[in-house]
Design a protein around this ligand. Structure first.
Ligand code: NAG
Ligand code: NAG
Ligand code: NAG
Ligand code: NAG
Ligand code: NAG
Length: 456
């Protein structure tokens, strides 16, 4: 009897033991499953972007929540279709909404300068860019449009934290991020850049019959820059709602790694007022200047120079509405010339179609290009050296502060008569698909188009 009891006890104990084990296992797995589910939920509903916007209204975004968002985004970024579809929808919606931050500052009828900033992925620069922008005089009377080709919550939270200028964000809808494994991104069947033509033909890779003039095939990250440049201009001129009835604004083209002098916009205004006197035929203004003498503010701060426009005057250049209407007529040439550089494609147009238009540029440079991490050549670069260049440039303008904001009227420093003839395109733009995509931007109202339409 006693033994039997002990025996039962042992059985009972072992049953209890196993029940505990099973329950614990269950709890762990439920918890684990739940955890997984939650990460999935939070990542697939990166709608967080929007919650933030809706609650924003000039309030502060906590850094913590921004961080969490990144982590959840980051974990799913790898080729997951759900995420990509979500991103495509996001882009479509944002381009349609055209939400303006700080719209209370916007002067809807009189804003003259629209800073159109092409942003890629360089968060370090973007942060400093915004810091720099805040001290540019009269920035509060302009509009800044950031045109992105990469969706990233770090970038978005930097932009949404701007308080001193009206801001609109637009998104290039055909980026590599949105099309990671098909055109306009890299299709698995695309020809490798350096394959020779007969091998390409034999392997039947995409666009095999048409390598560029130097025998190379397309490189996604390189062609994307020209596509994005062309798309954003078409988008701004055709599809930004609040600019629809206006032709009296001037676009200033910038990138996230540019630095503007504090008097850049005031100087641009002065250039505009002296144009009739000094260069009535000028079609462009350019604030940057790559010449060595470009840093002699003491001597040159109230000077402008004149030249035939060329790619070397692409730094901080402006495009007016009337210039744009001229340019876009030649969309077909811009989009078919075998040159992956937007500026060289434009040089070609300028010389072939506009008989060497002139540019008026600031003799002392009022835009500096900081980027060492170039998109074309992977030189050595690091965030530290980038910040160092920013600080150096900041110091340059501080040291020359007394020469900025010249009060005298502007006068002519140099007038160049030399024409640098465009001899040869630089290649990289021979894929028929690129040419068609590029051309399509000029022909369609992209505000109302779904990204998937490239295929048709
Ligand atoms: C993509 O991610 C979602 C959740 O974020 C998941 O449910 C789905 O299975 C993933 N799809 C692929 C193809 O990995
Ligand atoms: C954002 O929050 C910080 C600290 O909480 C505060 O110092 C700053 O003034 C706030 N900015 C705005 C625009 O409210
Ligand atoms: C994802 O996170 C890693 C490290 O946390 C970071 O190096 C990487 O740049 C992130 N990627 C994206 C797309 O944010
Ligand atoms: C912009 O700022 C200047 C000086 O800070 C101020 O005088 C001007 O009224 C502001 N303009 C607008 C539209 O807020
Ligand atoms: C532009 O003009 C049209 C017709 O006059 C008008 O309906 C529309 O509201 C205007 N848009 C803006 C942004 O002023």
């Amino acid at each position: 009897m006693y033994r039997c009891l002990r025996y039962r006890c042992a059985v009972f104990r072992s049953i209890i033991f196993w029940i505990i084990i099973i329950v614990m296992f269950k709890i762990t797995s439920i918890f684990y499953y739940d955890l997984q589910q939650r990460t999935i939920d939070s990542s697939s509903s990166s709608l967080l972007f929007d919650i933030k916007e809706k609650t924003k209204k000039n309030s502060n975004i906590s850094l913590l929540s921004a961080k969490n968002e990144i982590q959840s985004l980051n974990s799913t970024i790898a080729n997951n279709l759900t995420t990509i579809e979500y991103y495509r929808e996001y882009v479509k919606r944002k381009n349609h909404e055209q939400f303006m931050y700080n719209s209370n500052l916007f002067l809807s009828k009189t804003t003259r300068y629209i800073l159109l900033v092409q942003v890629h992925t360089r968060v370090v620069y973007l942060k400093k860019f915004i810091e720099m922008l805040q001290v540019v005089e009269t920035i509060n009377e302009s509009l800044v449009i950031f045109s992105h080709d990469f969706i990233d919550s770090n970038i978005n939270s930097l932009i949404t934290s701007i308080t001193f200028v009206p801001v609109i964000q637009i998104f290039y809808p055909f980026s590599q991020q949105l099309y990671p494994s098909e055109f306009p991104g890299l299709d698995p069947n695309d020809c490798p850049r350096d394959i020779v033509r007969h091998k390409a033909l034999a392997s039947r890779c995409n666009n095999a019959p048409n390598p560029d003039r130097y025998g190379h095939y397309r490189e996604v990250s390189i062609v994307q820059i020209k596509h994005h440049w062309w798309w954003k201009l078409n988008f701004v001129f055709n599809s930004i709602e609040i600019l629809q009835n206006r032709t009296d604004y001037l676009l200033l083209l910038l990138e996230e790694d540019f630095y503007l002098s504090p008097d850049a916009l005031v100087f641009l205004k002065k250039m505009e007022t002296t144009k009739e006197l000094l260069c009535p035929e000028c079609l462009f203004y350019t604030l940057g200047n790559l010449e060595k003498a470009g840093r002699q503010f003491g001597k040159l701060s109230s000077k402008i120079s004149i030249a035939y426009w060329h790619a070397r005057y692409n730094l901080g250049m402006t495009i007016s509405h009337s210039l744009w209407t001229l340019l876009v007529k030649y969309a077909e040439e811009f989009c078919t010339i075998d040159d992956y550089n937007w500026d060289w494609s434009l040089v070609y147009l300028a010389q072939q179609r506009f008989q060497f238009p002139r540019v008026m540029y600031s003799s002392a440079t009022r835009v500096i290009h900081l980027g060492s991490c170039g998109t074309h050549h992977k030189k050595f670069c690091s965030s530290e050296s980038d910040i160092a260049r920013w600080t150096e440039t900041n110091k340059l303008y501080q040291d020359n502060r007394k020469y900025l904001f010249p009060e005298t009227s502007l006068s002519l420093h140099l007038k160049y008569e030399g024409k640098r003839i465009f001899k040869q395109p630089n290649g990289g733009w021979s894929d028929i698909r690129d040419r068609q995509l590029c051309l399509s931007f000029a022909l369609k109202d992209y505000k109302n188009i779904t990204p998937i339409d490239t295929k048709t």
